[in-house]
Design a protein around this ligand. Structure first.
Ligand code: C5P
Length: 391
């Protein structure tokens, strides 16, 4: 989806410049064309040769570069770009942006641009907290410039606090999100994801093999499309997607409570979680001791969260996921009708579980719409596109 997008990646002088190398690699892998522009100070931290090797293009560092055909790199480069990304953006460079300074190639092309500017600050905690920097950031926000981060944590200078540049994977995510059409702007979406854990005793549980990848990908894609996203997550090793309100709920019962507490005013509900159908009637408060005799655990059925949401008065647009091992479309369609859903996503349980890719079929009142095997994030975007069409 990102094909044909091209960005200018501006690197300014800060130790986080080393992360820009990884960012270039990820951008290129995502089919985004990258022209790297470095300030003189950036070249003290990382070499243009590294950036040239990773981007596959000569890096521009000076105002008077003779390789630009019309001799006006600031105009030429900003014309060609869909966005300018500054990562890392030093406190000094941010101050320059605020004042519209144009004393080197990067600041000049920012001033001459006709495209969005995305800025990832990176600096020492004190520099970030300084009222001057905070005033500057407020001004950039007011000028419609997107600020990504900074992150909090251990800094290269040994201090701990806000100021670290976001990781390359987070920046890639935010850049890709920037390019997505905002088809879900103003919409609220609640998603369940991951597996539930039904405790038998304090150290043992009944669960299933869901990784949470599909639900998390939908949350990320919905955020990219401008939705306000709440993710109620069962057990999953995944990191909460940026920009998404993630609520942890490990058992079917706590997941039900979390969903019901947040369902009011949602436009869309997507149940991706693999919710356990049963849970132990009496979880033991102490670890159950091993013995020679057999052990019987009595199970009670859990509430069907999706069916309950779908039957609410003023129910949101409800979407279910059916993971089946046989007669996929038939079983999925039966579930869609039984739970009274406008849309059901059918996927082969063996293929979907834990994989980064999935192939699914969307089932609605008009029939079956198969989607080709693709990374889960792509499947998520196509699913949301289908939901937008149905809404
Ligand atoms: O009936 P089945 O569990 O196969 O249906 C799967 C769909 O129902 C999924 O969307 C799942 O998230 C949802 N579900 C639920 N609560 C349950 C069981 C399933 O929300 N207790």
């Amino acid at each position: 989806m990102q094909k044909n997008k091209s960005i200018v990646l501006g690197i300014t002088g800060g130790i986080a410049a080393y992360k820009a190398a990884e960012l270039v690699r990820l951008l290129v892998k995502s089919n985004i064309d990258v022209q790297v522009v470095m300030t003189e100070a950036a070249c003290q931290f990382i070499t243009p040769v590294t950036m040239q090797a990773l981007s596959g293009k000569p890096v521009l560092t000076g105002m008077w570069d003779a390789s630009i055909p019309n001799g006006m790199p600031h105009i030429e480069l900003s014309r060609a770009a869909d966005a300018i990304v500054i990562a890392p953006a030093s406190a000094d460079f941010i101050a320059k942006l605020v004042h519209g300074r144009a004393d080197d190639l990067l600041s000049t092309l920012c001033l001459a641009r006709d495209c969005p500017l995305l800025v990832a600050p990176a600096m020492n905690k004190q520099m970030w907290e300084n009222p001057a920097t905070q005033r500057n950031i407020a001004q950039l926000n007011a000028d419609g410039i997107s600020i990504f981060g900074p992150d909090s944590g251990q800094q290269a200078c040994g201090e701990i606090g806000l100021g670290r540049m976001l990781e390359a994977t987070d920046l890639l995510y935010l850049i890709e999100a920037h390019f997505q059409p905002k088809l879900l702007k103003g919409k609220k979406i609640l998603i369940t994801a991951g597996a539930t854990l039904e405790m038998i005793d304090p150290v043992r549980a009944i669960t299933n093999l869901s990784s949470g990848k599909m639900g998390y990908a939908i949350a990320q894609a919905a955020y990219e499309m401008g939705a306000e996203v709440t993710l109620v997550s069962g057990a999953s090793a995944l990191k909460s997607p940026i920009g998404v309100n993630t609520i942890s709920a490990t058992s079917a019962d706590t997941m039900y409570q979390a969903v019901m507490q947040n369902i009011a005013r949602q436009d869309v509900f997507i149940g991706v979680a693999a919710v356990a159908d049963y849970s132990p009637v009496n979880a033991s408060p102490q670890k159950i001791k091993k013995s020679e005799s057999s052990l019987t655990i009595e199970l009670k059925p859990n509430k069907d969260i999706l069916a309950q949401v779908a039957s609410l008065p003023n129910a949101p647009f409800c979407v279910g996921f059916a993971a089946e091992t046989e007669n996929l479309l038939e079983h999925a369609e039966q579930k869609r009708l039984r739970k009274i859903l406008p849309l059901m996503v059918a996927n082969d349980a063996n293929e979907a579980m834990g994989n980064d890719e999935n192939s699914v079929t969307l089932l609605d009142k008009n029939g079956a719409h198969p989607l080709q095997r693709a990374p889960k994030i792509e499947i998520a975007r196509l699913l949301l596109q289908h939901i937008v069409d149905m809404l």
